[in-house]
Each structure stands twice: as C-alpha cells, then as structure tokens.
Design a protein around this ligand. Structure first.
Ligand SMILES: [Zn+2]
Length: 150
C-alpha cells in the first residue's frame, strides 16, 4: 500500500472510530497507533486534502484549535466540555432553534455548539454526598482545652 494511502486510511479510521470531531493533535496521537512515525505536518497536509475533497468538514471555534469530522450533514450540533476540552457530536435537529435571516439571505449550513461540562467531568459532583471520597485534607483536629477553674 502506498504510504500516502496508508496515512489517509489511518486518519479516516481514527475519525470514524472516535465518532466526534478531533483536533490535528488528537488525530496525530490516535493515528500514531497505526503509523508510529507519522508527523503533524503530514496530518495537516492530509486533513487539508480530505477537506477539499469534501470528505471532512472543519469545525472552527474562536480561541480553539480547528477540529475535523466526517462531513455527512449540513446541520451540525456539538457540545464542547470546558473542563476536558473534548468536543462531542449531539444528535439534535436545528429545527428546534429557529433563526430569522434578513430577506434575500441564504443559509448554506447550520452549526450549533453548546458549552458546559461532560458527564465524565461532572462525575464527582453527580455522586451522592455519602459516596464521595473523603477529601485528602483532613479537617483540623479540634484542640480540646480543658478549662480548669481554680
Ligand atoms: Zn469533560
């Protein structure tokens, strides 16, 4: 198999397996399990070519690395966890978010990103209080002063 084809296949495999948008860095780390000497420049080159072929769609958020996902919908809904920085795909229809555009405008694609904390990151907070691990810091022992009155 040609090396170029191998790289493209590795990236495709990783994105399909992840089922969520991945940054170039996340893709590199996962694709290196298939091709250990894969570099970031190759990842960017391959991503650029897969995007121009329409196989991948970039997802850009201000102040965040571009993420990529398989382009299979004109409606995209995602959730970005503010704690672990993972982006997840949400099965949502954007019909429930009506937007009015000025007369004569044409909407070509619709994207919605929700921000918050994923279930994994919320786990400690979701656990009932009695199940929580005691904090590492022990409460300061109270000094019992015996007061003796003379
Ligand atoms: Zn998270």
């Amino acid at each position: 198999m040609q090396r170029n084809t191998q790289q493209r296949d590795a990236i495709r495999k990783v994105l399909q397996g992840a089922n969520r948008p991945l940054s170039a860095q996340e893709l590199l780390e996962a694709a290196q399990r298939h091709i250990p000497d894969l570099g970031l420049a190759t990842i960017y080159r391959t991503l650029s070519s897969l995007c121009s072929e329409g196989y991948l769609a970039p997802l850009e958020l201000p102040g965040s690395a571009i993420r990529y996902e398989v382009a299979n919908s004109k409606e995209r809904c995602h959730f970005l966890c503010r704690t672990c920085n993972r982006m997840l795909k949400l099965p949502a229809s954007l019909d429930s978010f009506p937007v009015r555009t000025p007369k004569g405008f044409l909407i070509e694609r619709r994207e919605l990103t929700l921000f918050g904390q994923c279930a994994d990151c919320r786990k400690p907070a979701l656990r009932p209080a009695k199940m929580r691990k005691p904090s590492a810091r022990k409460p300061a022992a109270r000094k019992v002063r015996s007061r003796t009155r003379n």
